[in-house]
Design a protein around this ligand. Structure first.
Ligand SMILES: Cc1ncc(COP(=O)(O)O)c(C=O)c1O
Length: 405
């Protein structure tokens, strides 16, 4: 793909193309709430609904706010195609419903986001699709579990939740070519600021727009980006299963996206500084941040990170999430949360810094043994950094540690 043909991140996020024939230029996009669109005649309706003519006929199929937002995601990911859906889960559903069928086999990362894992492991077998897990930190596990000819897809996150293992995407793509399976990547934690997986040869990318891309915690949305060669009927599939995003949400997400570049940069620099700071605290047993030299997948970072974000990076930032394990002998999770005053939310990617406790939220469906096999313990906390000044955050974290018994 020719990089130069794509505008910069700021150009994409700030663009406000106007399609209506107005003599002055509105500063924000119009919102088209219409459920239906009058067509000139039945043959035009037929052509629009059949995708032979550009235009809109029925909101579930397509609408102007969804189309302009999807175009921004397409440009941010340097993709051939893009689609918006009504949640991150709907984005994964669209890929799966489009690509897999009875008798297929797929591979999923053992670190995949909990609900994605439930979708693939518990829902797909109902449709006659078989599933095996692999460990993205041990690529031999792909070779052990692949079924040549039957394995059609592999699902993995660029940066996994909550311990932030970075997948070696180029190596996984090479295995995909060798065994002829497609690679689908959840890029929610990395965002297109840090990584554009399609440029690394990945076949599908999906993200929860509910997180950093929108950034204001006021909507649910997902997006899928892909290549012309695999795109096929995915739009029709998404419409048929009712997976599309609503116009008002698309308007809000486009507004949130305006500040995406600033927010992700600032939040990632906060996260990076916090990772260093947390590493020096006696109440902390382990810190997980992709660029820390002791992080087990630190060496994968360079091969997945976008060059401009990475090279202009004075603080070694690599995303806005940090996880750490509290020493429960010294401080309880509840005490840390209440003494720090950091908002506790089972989500991430907001303007303000938030905290979550994987054992009781994202990974609560697992037994204690299963959690521990993933490296998640009762003292594990995940911080999603926002855009506050770092000093304020440092003070809050320190206040949290004042819970010393
Ligand atoms: C990494 C990741 N992927 C996907 C999702 C699902 O997105 P949504 O909640 O928008 O359906 C989430 C939600 O928390 C997530 O954290």
């Amino acid at each position: 793909m020719d990089r130069d043909k794509f505008p910069t991140l700021e150009e994409v996020c700030l663009a406000n193309p106007v399609s209506a024939n107005l003599s002055t230029h509105p500063s924000s996009p119009a919102i088209y709430l219409a459920a239906t669109y009058a067509c000139a005649n039945p043959s035009q309706a037929n052509r629009i609904l059949g995708g032979e003519e550009a235009g809109f006929a029925y909101q579930r199929d397509a609408h102007p706010n969804g189309q302009r937002l999807a175009e921004k995601f397409r440009l941010l990911h340097h993709a051939d195609q893009a689609l918006v859906t009504n949640s991150g889960m709907a984005a994964l559903s669209a890929i799966v419903l489009h690509q897999l069928r009875v008798g297929d086999h797929c591979l999923i990362s053992r670190y995949l986001y909990g609900r994605s894992s439930v979708l693939v492991q518990q829902e797909l077998p109902k449709f006659g699709i078989e599933v095996a897990e692999f460990d993205p930190t041990d690529l031999a596990s792909i070779r052990r579990n692949v079924r040549p000819g039957q394995t059609k897809m592999l699902f993995v996150e660029t940066i996994a939740n909550p311990l932030l293992q970075v997948a070696d995407l180029p190596a996984i793509v090479a295995l995909g070519s060798e065994f002829r399976f497609q690679v689908a990547v959840d890029n929610t934690f990395a965002t297109p600021y840090w990584c554009r997986p399609l440029e690394l040869g990945v076949d599908w990318v999906w993200e929860s727009v509910s997180k950093m891309l929108n950034g204001h915690s006021d909507l649910m949305m997902g997006m899928v980006c892909g290549k012309d060669s695999h795109w096929g009927r995915i739009r029709q599939v998404a419409s048929t299963w009712g997976l599309g995003a609503a116009p008002w949400d698309c308007f809000l997400a486009e507004r949130g996206l305006t500040t995406f570049g600033l927010r992700i940069e600032r939040a990632s620099h906060n996260a990076s500084q916090a990772a260093q700071f947390l590493s020096a605290q006696p109440q902390v047993k382990h810190v997980f941040y992709p660029s820390l030299t002791h992080h087990p997948t630190q060496s994968n970072l360079k091969s997945i990170a976008n060059t401009p974000a990475w090279t202009s990076n004075s603080t070694n930032a690599a995303g806005n999430v940090v996880a750490f394990e509290l020493d429960l002998q010294q401080c309880s999770v509840e005490e840390f949360i209440s003494a720090s005053g950091i908002a506790y939310f089972p989500s991430l990617g907001e303007c303000g810094t938030t905290l979550s406790h994987p054992c009781s939220s994202s990974h609560r469906h697992l037994t204690e043994d299963q959690q521990q096999s993933l490296g998640i313990y009762p003292g594990t906390l995940r911080l999603s950094f926002g855009i506050e000044p770092f000093e304020t955050l440092r003070e809050k974290i320190l206040a949290g540690f004042n819970c010393l018994r």
